[in-house]
Design a protein around this ligand. Structure first.
Ligand SMILES: NC(=O)c1ccc[n+]([C@@H]2O[C@H](COP(=O)([O-])OP(=O)(O)OC[C@H]3O[C@@H](n4cnc5c(N)ncnc54)[C@H](O)[C@@H]3O)[C@@H](O)[C@H]2O)c1
Length: 332
């Protein structure tokens, strides 16, 4: 059993907690939240843009709780820490944990500052410690299937890919207080569309050219992004579009459209159970499987890497940092 702590018991901290508790090889040793008294009451309140499976309140009641990460690190013998606080705290908290030689699973985006990201990667290497950033699309079945179809050329060569991700402006947790300060989350570019930017980076690497238009919103100057990427050698264009300029209750929707030589494929979270594979004659429905399992899959993958003392080849921190660099190319 690996001893694990979750830092930041908000929307994502609860998602991590639920999935850590599901994994029989993990022991949730501690939860850290600056609002330590609010931890237990949060379990029932629900927040975020997808629902969190019920976490047993008796289990949470029995787990050690801290208001401060330093106290937790002093008192617990930990193998790994899951950092789920807002982006402006990622660097400081990840640095504290990595400095102690403890593995870190850090929520996306790694850091908004490239130099800080490089420092964290170097620190993990120096301390021979595992470091991975949570880019969950890499572990979600509908996106994994798309990667397989591209890699295997199941439907011939990919000619065009469109990725979208829209939500209302976040109105839960600390997001409510942070809507006027751009620096804290990075806005929809670094917080929301980063999922798709990272996934396309994972598929093909950095593009040769990016054409991008942005619009401001409540969080940043780039809360809506419409971008066109070109890969010259692959003769491929990718369209990425998304944002959170809509009102808070606007339904979350994301997905992809992939135009292959022999099929055009649609996945949308508005119909999350299927992927539609179409051609001129028919529409064939492929089971999308449960995309929500991506959170369990990424956590389990991270801990398998930790157990086997392997690098997270499916989600290397260098690749996560490359994703941040690509995000910046949409504003410069
Ligand atoms: N992978 C995904 O799909 C996904 C989705 C949403 C958010 N995120 C990421 O997760 C992170 C958190 O977002 P959220 O929506 O869960 O935020 P949230 O506001 O719901 O939760 C943040 C929590 O951190 C706590 N906190 C603040 N400062 C702290 C400190 N110094 N020590 C300990 N706890 C502290 C707050 O009290 C709060 O409970 C962000 O980096 C965000 O980008 C990822």
């Amino acid at each position: 059993m690996k001893n694990v702590a979750v830092v930041g018991f908000g929307f994502m901290g609860m998602t991590h907690t639920a999935n850590i508790l599901k994994n029989k090889n993990l022991n949730l040793a501690a939860i850290v939240d600056k609002d330590v008294d609010g931890i237990e009451s949060k379990i029932t309140s629900g927040s975020g843009n997808f629902s969190i499976e019920g976490i047993d309140s008796n289990i949470i009641a029995s787990i050690n709780k801290y208001a401060d990460l330093d106290d937790c690190l002093q008192n617990e013998a930990l193998d790994a820490v899951h950092i789920c606080v807002h982006t402006n705290l990622h660097y400081d908290l990840a640095k504290k944990v990595l400095s102690k030689g403890i593995a870190v699973f850090l929520e996306k985006p790694m850091t908004l500052d490239i130099v800080q990201g490089e420092e964290l990667i170097a620190l993990a290497a120096k301390n021979n410690t595992l470091f991975m950033v949570g880019h969950v699309l890499r572990f979600m079945s509908p996106y994994q299937k798309l990667k397989t179809w591209i890699d295997d050329e199941t439907y011939g060569e990919l000619r065009f890919l469109s990725m979208t991700r829209f939500s209302g402006v976040p109105a839960w947790g600390e997001w409510k207080e942070r809507q006027s300060s751009f620096g804290s989350s990075g806005g929809a570019l670094f917080d929301l569309l980063i999922h798709d930017i990272d996934f396309v980076n994972y598929l093909f690497g950095a593009p040769d050219k990016i054409k991008s238009d942005i619009l401001p919103g409540a969080l940043s100057i780039h809360d809506y992004i419409s971008a066109f990427w070109s890969y010259d050698d692959l003769n491929l264009k990718v369209k990425l579009e998304g944002g959170n300029t809509f009102h808070s209750n606007f339904p979350f929707q994301a997905g992809y459209m992939a135009n292959f030589e022999n099929a055009s494929i649609l996945f949308t979270t508005m119909k999350p159970e299927i992927i539609q594979v179409t051609n001129n004659e028919e529409v064939h429905e492929v089971d999308a499987e449960d995309g929500g399992d991506g959170f369990y899959n990424e956590i389990t993958y991270f801990h398998e890497c930790l157990k086997n003392q392997e690098q997270p080849e499916k989600c290397m921190p260098q690749s996560s940092l490359e994703t941040i660099k690509i995000c910046y190319q949409h504003v410069n």
